[in-house]
Design a protein around this ligand. Structure first.
Ligand code: SF4
Length: 448
């Protein structure tokens, strides 16, 4: 299915960023599917936030019913093609596979899911449209990321009119802009979004930012879903923060994915050690950096990145500097030379960081990539009257996704603080069911 948004993949991207897990052949897929024990009360299904019926779809692959496999997956997760590529399966479904207890390799669930979805879509398959009575009520989803996409798809399936408001040219949020290219190509994200558009979801390229914008939506729609994600990445807050060679990790990933950056220089420093930091570090190596150093103030046991991501980065030639704190950026405009001054730190028994005496050193940098987390979109969220926010996160009813403003529902990163794509999908679908239940008991369309 062709995409209806302006995007063309940069010709060199495929060569520089071959996929991390290449597609399975049909023969391999069937062989792998036949290893599955089709467990009753399958722990792999329980470990999936969207509860895909793993043994069911794998059995269909084993019996060459690929359409049936894809349809079964889509019943649980409309972004299954993306999730098959980006899910940390090692700690979710595959991590729970019973074959671990038999000292065997777990079933390659992620790759089987991708095989089923890619084959289905390549054959012209569409997300099956459920038979539902058309509803006169309509819903606005603010933000075009995975949570809104899942919410919108479910609401359309239940007969509601839905419009997704996204400020950027491409829908998809992090799926289109912020996930490493070797995991998920922007083109693949957009192709999947076309499937959701084909359900009848309307996409509007418009920023919803002001109180007037919100009032307008409130008067036009029966419910509003907040799938706004998180805001800008945190600043380093050290001397020299603002030097020209600084670019935050999400901006960096977006710039090379969209073909705006092809060169990173020789020496790159990434600050932070979460999964986004690792994605940026690996990308910098693949874009030609001779050295890529990841600085983290704590030790390897405290990183938020998964172990397999750290191993992957090491394999790509990334160096980790544990217990290291950046303290100043020195930029000499005359020769465009930049160095990052660092110091070693330890954590004392009270949990405080203590600088190690005489441990300062400098690193040459052509590019510094801070990846120390994103801040919540507080200014915007506070414009929704009556919305309770705790520690920067929108408070919701866990069963329905409803916020403390009864017409607003929320899900994804603005609620969970930044988790996996599959968590956002689960949130969006749950909120859609919450909205449908609320509107099903409400009188039809009394706006204002
Ligand atoms: S736990 Fe493993 S073997 Fe059991 S159903 Fe899931 S994938 Fe198959």
């Amino acid at each position: 299915m062709a995409t209806s948004v302006p995007y063309e993949e940069h010709p060199e991207l495929a060569a520089r960023f071959p996929e991390l897990h290449p597609a399975l052949t049909a023969q391999h897929a069937v062989m792998e599917a036949n290893r599955c024990l089709n467990c009753f009360d399958a722990p792999c299904t329980a470990a999936c936030p969207t509860h895909i019926d793993v043994p069911r779809f794998i059995k269909k692959i084993a019996t060459h019913n690929l359409r049936g496999a894809a349809v079964s997956i889509l019943e649980a997760n409309v972004l299954a093609a993306s999730c098959a590529r980006v899910c940390p399966v090692e700690v979710l479904c595959e991590g729970a596979c019973v074959l671990h207890h038999q000292q065997q390799e777990p079933i390659a669930i992620g790759r089987l899911q991708r095989f089923a979805m890619d084959t289905f879509y390549a054959a012209g398959g569409r997300i099956p449209q459920r038979k539902a009575t058309a509803r006169s009520q309509s819903v606005a989803c603010i933000g075009g990321g995975p949570a809104s996409l899942a919410c919108a798809a479910e609401l359309r399936q239940q007969g509601f009119a839905v419009t997704i408001y996204e400020r950027r040219a491409l829908p998809g949020g992090l799926n289109s802009y912020g996930v490493a290219q070797y995991k998920l190509r922007t083109a693949d994200s957009l192709r999947e979004i076309e499937q959701i558009r084909a359900l009848g979801v309307t996409f509007a390229t418009r920023e919803i930012a002001t109180e007037a914008d919100l009032k307008e939506l409130e008067s036009s729609y029966d419910a509003i879903f907040l799938g706004v994600g998180l805001g800008a990445m945190h600043k380093l807050g050290i001397a020299g923060d603002g030097a020209p060679c600084l670019v935050d990790a999400l901006e960096f990933i977006e710039s090379y994915k969209l073909g705006r950056r092809e060169d990173v220089g020789s020496h790159v420093v990434v600050i932070g050690a979460g999964n986004t930091a690792i994605d940026a570090a690996i990308a910098a190596r693949r874009l030609g950096a001779q050295t890529v150093s990841v600085l983290y103030r704590r030790g390897p046991q405290q990183v938020s990145a998964f172990d397999f991501e750290i191993e992957h980065a090491r394999h790509e030639g990334v160096t980790f500097l544990w217990g290291t704190l950046p303290i100043a950026i020195h930029h000499a405009p005359e020769d465009e030379r930049t160095t990052l001054e660092c110091t070693r730190v330890e954590v004392n028994r009270h949990g405080d960081f203590v600088l190690t005496a005489d441990s300062n050193f400098t690193l040459e940098c052509d590019l510094i990539i801070p990846a120390i987390g994103q801040s919540p979109l507080l200014t915007f969220l506070q414009r929704v009257r009556g919305l309770q926010i705790e520690k920067g996160r929108v408070v919701i009813d866990r069963a329905s996704g409803q916020t403390t403003h009864p017409r607003y529902f929320a899900g994804g990163d603005c609620v969970n603080g930044g988790r996996e794509v599959v968590d956002a999908v689960a949130d969006g679908k749950r909120a859609a069911c919450g909205i449908a239940a609320a509107l099903g008991t409400a009188k039809e369309a009394s706006h204002g």
